[in-house]
Design a protein around this ligand. Structure first.
Ligand code: IPD
Length: 271
């Protein structure tokens, strides 16, 4: 029978906690970059790979037929979701890999479950601090038993806005230009280094809004549901769905002015 979003979340949380324990333990044992991916700054550590394998194995044990899309092994992580009711897991084993490498406590396991292509459950767990955010579609966004509702700020000029940068140098230059055009119109800008956590911080109202160009599905699947379920508008530019061109997560009152500013600055453009 088809699993409920709550059942999928329960499994996701259990698996993400085990994964976070492994990431933290491997960090304590010492960590170094083992390879680079898209560019020289896009690193992967042994822990990224070990955590991804652990999560895949743990999911397989309970749900052997599900597909898994993981950051490190891609769709090769496992299976193909097909047929009605099919489940695909979307995993970032360590979001915030550069923070992880430097021992900065802002890295997370991000795990979402999609049913028929729609994300229905997600968990983001900060592996360094144990902070954990969860959401199910229609069931709200939660942290430590507290339901999340985002920021009540309505003035973009008073808003603390988080963002992030890709790994490609040309893209980074364009993104820096967007920041240069935005910073005089907001309270301040934050770049914490883990997109999944940025989305959860926006869901919690610990930043007022977040935007970024160039995210992959695993960066935003779980955090995007948390933001949406906290009542934020989670969208791309001009009504496009949130995707690689741009994601914006903002409370309804901040969304329009932020969107307008980002459109003027061509935040979805460039390389
Ligand atoms: C990165 C982080 C970073 C964001 C990048 C992502 P990774 O993910 O989320 O904050 O700005 O766009 O690629 O490589 O640490 O898993």
């Amino acid at each position: 029978s088809q699993p409920s979003a709550d059942e999928l979340l329960e499994l996701a949380v259990r698996v993400a906690r085990g994964a976070a324990d492994t990431a933290r333990r491997m960090r304590a044992e010492g960590v170094s970059a083992v390879a680079t991916k898209s560019t020289v700054t896009d690193v992967v550590t042994a822990a990224d790979r070990a955590v991804e394998m652990q999560v895949i194995a743990a999911l397989r044990e309970v749900r052997p037929d599900d597909a898994v899309l993981g950051e490190e092994y891609g769709a090769a992580a496992g299976g193909v979701a097909s047929g009605p009711g099919s489940v695909r897991w979307i995993l970032d084993p360590i979001d915030g890999t550069v923070n992880y490498l430097y021992g900065l406590p802002q890295y997370a396991v991000s795990l979402a479950a999609e049913v028929d292509g729609v994300v229905v459950a997600g968990v983001v767990r900060n592996a360094a601090t144990g902070d954990e955010w969860t959401a199910t579609r229609g069931g709200g966004a939660w942290r430590d038993g507290r339901r999340l509702a985002g920021s009540t700020e309505t003035d973009l000029g008073q808003a603390l806005v988080a963002t992030g940068f890709g790994y490609d140098p040309a893209r980074r230059s364009h993104q820096a230009g967007v920041v240069a055009g935005l910073i005089a119109h907001v309270r301040d800008i934050r770049r914490f280094g883990a997109a999944a956590l940025d989305l959860c911080l926006a869901a919690e109202g610990r930043v007022d809004a977040y935007y970024e160009k160039g995210l992959n599905a695993w960066d935003q699947a779980a955090g995007g549901l948390v933001a949406t379920e906290a009542g934020l508008v989670f969208s791309g530019l001009d009504g496009a769905p949130p995707g690689p061109d741009l994601v914006i997560a903002a409370p309804p009152a901040l969304f329009a002015p932020l969107h307008e500013r980002l459109a003027k600055l061509d935040a979805a453009g460039g390389p």
